[in-house]
Design a protein around this ligand. Structure first.
Ligand SMILES: [Zn+2]
Length: 410
């Protein structure tokens, strides 16, 4: 089996792995200005997608811009999320750079889509492929590829611990080679229940004091996780941004969330913001939590909320995850001010950060890999892939960190 990395190696974003020039695993986009795409647009016989985040599916419609119509295999939520993200990409960036696909290409995705559940083997380009729950977001999958001789496990993004929205990954199918993400290879997550309690207490304190809390969150996964936490701790909350649409969609696939009843309760507990008639300005005085995109304050309705609440020190902004260098969210944490909609604004509201990561930390990565001590391990999807690979080698693994453009035989 020859494995070529077209993106997502020694970097995070634009994940794309081509097996034997025939089977493509993921085809993502690296969010940057301008965005980056996989180094090549291949013509595979079939495509398999691990999960519905932009860095794994963002460039998928471009595979249909020529004559080729390869079947695309994924779980139902991944399929839906891909269409949503592609629509958003066309809308957001259509003018400012060359988007590698059109609305026509996006529509073609519906014609080649093949959806599958977990642990239901299917054929793709002559390989037997099986999805296993990866515990990252609803519909996220580890992808097992079997050509009859060699079994390759592509982990995609995964979490080994339970989140409220999805259970942690437990499937450990036999494999001869593993392509393993390494986003948090140098991080130890604090226990999730401890983080949750601290978050809930902080938010409640602010609400008791008469303040408002803005909770910036990614639309896919994080928004729903924060909704579940708000319901559990009885925190009044509004939800705004693309996370609303994603929540509605996920309600149709209860089998892909950990606790469908809890999810239903969280949905009815939260109030969805329509944005009509100055509603956004009004609810900033409601003494509630406002869960809104974008997670790093680089767009979305957060651009309306932050200017409204920023000058009152009684208010609070709680970041819910890692903030990439150079984003307004990171600037806010480091300097107390951020560029919002083109204007640098000092923020007197209190700013806090919580780690609600949906990725395995170092212990989680090692725990998963402990089932693959005899396999070849290819470390990707991280900022320090080479270091992690060399640490794994020191522990006796056959581990390497491929580069973008390199081909590895396993
Ligand atoms: Zn992801």
């Amino acid at each position: 089996m020859d494995i070529e990395f077209l993106g997502g190696a020694r970097e995070i974003g634009r994940s794309a792995v081509l097996v034997d020039d025939s089977l493509l695993l993921d085809f993502g986009m690296l969010t940057d200005n301008p965005p980056q795409f996989p180094v090549e647009t291949p013509t595979p016989d079939a495509v398999v997608v691990s999960h519905g985040h932009l860095d794994h599916v963002g460039t998928v419609p471009a595979l249909l811009s020529g004559e080729a119509r390869p079947p695309i295999h994924w779980t139902p939520p991944t399929y839906e999320l891909t269409l949503t993200l592609a629509r958003d990409t066309l809308k957001l960036h259509g003018g400012s750079y060359h988007c590698p696909f059109t609305e026509t290409d996006r529509k073609r995705v519906t014609q080649v889509s093949n959806t599958h559940g977990y642990r239901e083997p299917f054929d793709a380009a002559g390989y037997e492929v099986t999805f296993y729950n990866a515990g990252h977001i609803p519909g996220s999958a580890h992808v097992l590829v079997d050509d009859g001789e060699t079994r390759l496990l592509y982990t995609g993004d995964f979490h080994t611990d339970d989140q409220r929205l999805v259970s942690g990954t437990t499937g450990r199918p036999d494999a001869d080679a593993v392509i393993c993400e390494s986003t948090y290879a140098d991080v130890d997550h604090e226990d999730r229940s401890v983080v949750e309690k601290r978050f809930a207490e902080s938010v409640k304190t602010t609400l008791w004091e008469g303040g408002t809390v803005v909770v910036p969150a990614f639309a896919i996964g994080r928004t729903q996780e924060m909704m579940l936490i708000c319901e559990e701790y009885d925190i009044p909350c509004y939800v705004d941004g693309m996370g609303k649409q994603v929540t509605e969609m996920l309600r149709q696939y209860p089998e892909f969330v950990r606790d469908a009843d809890a999810f239903r309760r969280a949905k009815s507990h939260a109030r969805f913001v329509t944005g009509r008639n100055g509603q956004r300005k009004r609810i900033t005085e409601q003494k509630a939590a406002i869960i809104t995109t974008s997670g790093m304050l680089s767009g979305g309705p957060a651009m309306t909320y932050i200017p409204e609440i920023r000058s009152n020190p009684m208010n609070k902004i709680t970041m819910t995850g890692y903030q990439v260098d150079g984003t307004p969210g990171r600037d806010l944490l480091e300097t107390g001010s951020a560029e919002i909609d083109g204007r640098v604004m000092p923020v007197s509201a209190r700013v806090e950060q919580y780690d609600f990561s949906a990725h395995a930390d170092r212990d989680g990565l090692v725990e998963l890999l402990s089932s693959y001590e005899d396999a070849a391990v290819l470390v990707n999807h991280g900022d320090r892939c080479e270091q992690f690979a060399s640490e794994l080698r020191a522990d006796g693994f056959d581990a390497t960190a491929p580069q973008v453009g390199s081909v590895h035989r396993v």
